[in-house]
Design a protein around this ligand. Structure first.
Ligand code: BES
Ligand code: ZN
Ligand code: ZN
Length: 624
């Protein structure tokens, strides 16, 4: 593997184009928001907000079919913090009547209750309602009962809150229907004046841990889901601040909150209300902060992937990342222009870029977090096609808009580096992102064209839609300049990957079991799973049997094993002994499969890449 000079991390930027971080910039404290516009500010002080009039909301609950409504007249009033027993009984009676009786006594009881709460949170409260004291939302977890009695098994935060309100939370919860299933919620209004709305959410089994079948930590996944659902309920109520039960794993809780609330609404005039999640209680604040940073890293990737291709062009992408890294004194960012790419003889990358009017960019990031600046770095490479029309091998128009996220590889690896910098991880990381558009034009690649990659290999471009591997071929050659500990590339490379695994896991093709183990173990913790795929010679033969060049950019048996032939193609440009190719096409977007991510571009597997880098930073160099 070639080494460049003494210090493999030293900048080699073209004059005038290097945008190294200014000297003297300080590394910001952990917890600095990473995302752009969607960044959440977890410790932002909440502005006062008033709770809805409870009787009115009880009426609303009456209209919500299938939901139990609770009307505790005993709820604290400013002058009388705790209820009298008769009022408790009145509320209990009303609650028992409500699910089945929608008129008469129950309705009157509901309306007459001086303070009431409702389980309906579908509609945000109408503006102009008179509300209680300034307050926050509160999300509390509850485990599935292990006993037959169905009694709520609160987390320690839930228990403490229940004691604070003299056991009313438990009483109400037992009244409002069957025990809470995983991810299901009940909302109680007016229980405590600091928390006008409390969402209780089901966490599933208390002892859930690593699930060997599922290859993830189920307990963490349950927390992420529950907290995300709870926080969204608070958002629906337009409450700007929510305190979150750490549920025994504050990192997972923070991830659930920050990922669950994220939505791309940059370009809409009417935006969803911003909700700032905070940790409920003071224990585990470091873990909470870590979770916020991990989630904001993924949100940054989601933001870049979701944004329209006319907003995130190659140069805009690079500038956005550069701006995110500006505050770190130990990061250098080089935005390499087309002239630099030409001098690097990246003929495969350039052949794709030339079809578009948008100039290509090669983004190069050096994060020096290691104790020794010339410690061998981890090198990340990401496919950065900011729009993939297919080129002359044009894609069908239906769904083509999703190809604005074809820079997901670049987005996830760059976001992982931003996150690593925010976490101050003690290792060196280099990020490489070839960025361009794949467009049809008079200058575009034509099927059958032959181009030459940086390592001299010739490539027959049999399908211009198999462009990602052309960019990556050159970027992977370049990655070998850094004496890397490991080279890991991520790319939305093949539709075939989506066919194989869907959105369950990223496909990993690697020549290193050491690397695989680290990636796999990282993914169990993050819940953003990986699955090992083959790099057999079988597939190599299918790309090297090529009429005009050393290698074809598609397998000779067309669609068969499409993700595997793409990986075999990339392998032709790798000599490093620790390389992994992550095909992230299947996990690019989310419909509803990951419950703590809204519909849209998923930013996966950013957290797994971060966790992987964190593990590598703890691993002795001799391990490889
Ligand atoms: N960017 C696509 C792959 C893709 C498809 C990503 C769906 C995300 C969702 C890639 O450039 C591509 O078009 N690949 C072709 C390769 C084929 C022509 C050999 C594909 O998968 O169809
Ligand atoms: Zn393509
Ligand atoms: Zn593509």
């Amino acid at each position: 593997m070639p080494r460049v000079g003494k210090n493999p991390l030293r900048s080699r930027s073209a004059p005038g184009r290097s945008r190294a971080g200014a000297a003297g910039r300080r590394t910001p404290p952990a917890g600095m928001p990473l995302g752009s516009a969607p960044a959440l500010h977890p410790r932002r002080p909440c502005r006062g907000r008033r709770a809805p009039p409870l009787a009115a909301r009880a009426d609303e609950a009456l209209c919500a079919p299938g939901r139990a409504a609770l009307l505790p007249s005993f709820l604290p009033s400013p002058s009388l913090p705790f209820p009298s027993l008769p009022s408790v009984l009145g509320a209990v009676l009303a609650a028992m009547l409500l699910p089945c009786v929608r008129s008469g006594a129950a309705r009157r009881l509901a309306r007459d209750a001086p303070r009431a709460c409702s389980c309906s949170a579908r509609r945000p409260p109408a503006r102009g309602y008179s509300r209680g004291a300034a307050g926050k939302g509160l999300v509390l977890g509850v485990y599935t009962s292990e006993k037959d009695d169905g009694a709520a098994q609160f987390t320690s935060a839930g228990d403490a809150f229940d004691r604070l309100v003299s056991g009313k939370l438990r009483a109400l919860l037992s009244l409002c229907g069957p025990p809470l299933k995983k991810g299901k919620t009940r909302i109680f209004h007016g229980l405590h004046q600091d928390f006008p709305s409390v969402v209780v959410v089901g966490l599933g089994k208390k002892n859930a841990g690593i699930n060997e079948q599922e290859n993830w930590n189920e307990g963490k996944e349950n927390i992420r889901t529950a907290v995300a659902v709870g926080c969204r309920q608070i958002q629906d109520l337009e409450i700007p601040c929510v305190e979150v039960d750490p549920c025994g794993d504050a990192q997972a809780a923070a991830e659930g909150a920050v990922l669950g609330l994220h939505e791309y609404n940059e370009l809409k005039q009417k935006k969803k209300p911003v909700v700032s999640p905070q940790l409920h209680g003071s224990a585990e604040s470091q873990a909470w902060q870590k979770g916020v940073i991990y989630a904001e890293g993924q949100n940054l990737a989601r933001y870049l992937m979701e944004a329209p291709a006319n907003y995130i062009t190659p140069i805009k992408f690079a500038e956005h990342i550069e701006q995110k890294l500006r505050t770190f004194s130990n990061v250098k960012v080089h935005i390499r222009p087309e002239s630099w790419i030409t001098t690097q003889e990246m003929g495969a990358f350039l052949s794709v870029a030339k079809g578009s009017a948008e100039p290509p960019i090669f983004l190069e990031i050096h994060y020096l977090g290691g104790a020794i600046t010339n410690d061998s770095p981890l090198v990340f490479v990401g496919k950065g096609v900011t729009f993939d029309s297919g080129g002359i091998s044009l894609k069908p128009s239906l769904g083509m808009d999703a190809m604005r996220a074809d820079m997901g590889g670049a987005a996830t690896v760059c976001s992982a580096i931003v996150t690593a910098a925010a976490l101050n991880l003690p290792l060196n990381i280099i990020g490489l992102a070839p960025l361009c558009e794949n467009m049809p034009s008079g200058k575009a690649n034509k099927p059958g064209d032959v181009v030459r990659a940086k390592n001299g290999k010739t490539i027959q471009v049999d399908n211009t839609d198999a462009e990602g591997r052309l960019l990556l071929a050159d970027a992977l050659c370049y990655a070998h300049n850094f004496n890397a500990r490991a080279i890991v590339n991520a790319a939305t490379l093949t539709g075939a990957m989506d066919v194989a695994l869907g959105s369950a896991a990223t496909g990993v093709f690697t020549n290193s079991s050491w690397l695989w183990t680290h990636l796999y173990e990282a993914s169990i913790l993050t819940g953003d799973r990986v699955w090992r795929m083959p790099l057999f010679e079988h597939y190599t033969k299918q790309v090297t049997d090529c009429p005009l060049a050393d290698v074809s950019n598609i397998g000779k048996y067309s669609r068969a094993g499409g993700a595997c032939t793409a990986a075999a193609f990339l392998k032709e440009f790798v000599t490093a002994s620790h390389w992994a190719h992550l095909d992230i096409a299947g996990v690019m977007s989310n419909k509803d499969e990951v419950p703590y991510l809204r519909k849209g571009m998923a930013g996966r597997p950013t957290r797994t890449l971060v966790e992987f880098a964190a593990r590598l930073s703890q691993d002795s160099h001799n391990a490889k």
